[in-house]
Design a protein around this ligand. Sequence first.
Ligand SMILES: C[S@@+](CC[C@H](N)C(=O)[O-])C[C@H]1O[C@@H](n2cnc3c(N)ncnc32)[C@H](O)[C@@H]1O
Length: 200
Amino acid sequence: MSDWLTDTRDSYDTVAASYADHTRGLLDGLPHLRAALRLFAEEVSGPVADVGCGPGDITALLHGHGVDAFGIDLSPAMVDLARASHPGLRFEVGSMTDPLPGELGGILCWWSLIHVPDELVPVVFGHFRAALRPGGLVQLGFHVGDRTNLKTQGYGGHPMRVNVHLRPPDRVAGWLREAGFAVEARWLLGDDGAVLFARG
Ligand SMILES: C[S@@+](CC[C@H](N)C(=O)[O-])C[C@H]1O[C@@H](n2cnc3c(N)ncnc32)[C@H](O)[C@@H]1O
């Protein structure tokens, strides 16, 4: 495993419990992001992977919207937590830099591609395309900007060592098109967030 991936995994293992505390219920105050999730849930059919699912709360919300959702995360501690919090749902350890299980109706990837370096984003989108059924939907959520921040602590002051790549939505949309997706919508959230919808 490359150094950046090991650092990312270990960082999220360290903060898993405090991340879960910090983000629980956050969506209640984010109506546009809730709407994006609801629209995604309406548009997908078949199994849906929540990639970089963290503590699994968004996976559970998707399930609550009637979606056959399961979660994948790099961090074993996040997956343990997700399994404990949502015992009826399936969560697996894995990285989006590796191929995903196939025949998916959709892929949700919220604020986790932000840790993947630029040169590997096309690889990740190739895996997404290969795993999706024709007509399947991808929804990406990410930080908007054009720089990389090294995050050295977070979620209650715990030590982390993780790169956070902020990107312009046009660049991400370009990578999606090069991977064979049709970009259907780009929603800007405030000044520093975006959600993209792309069809395979
Ligand atoms: C900022 S959290 C977002 C969690 C969740 N998607 C949410 O919106 O609350 C980033 C998550 O992505 C996971 N992650 C980072 N790199 C990953 C990778 N290469 N493959 C799968 N998960 C990854 C981390 O372990 C962490 O749980």
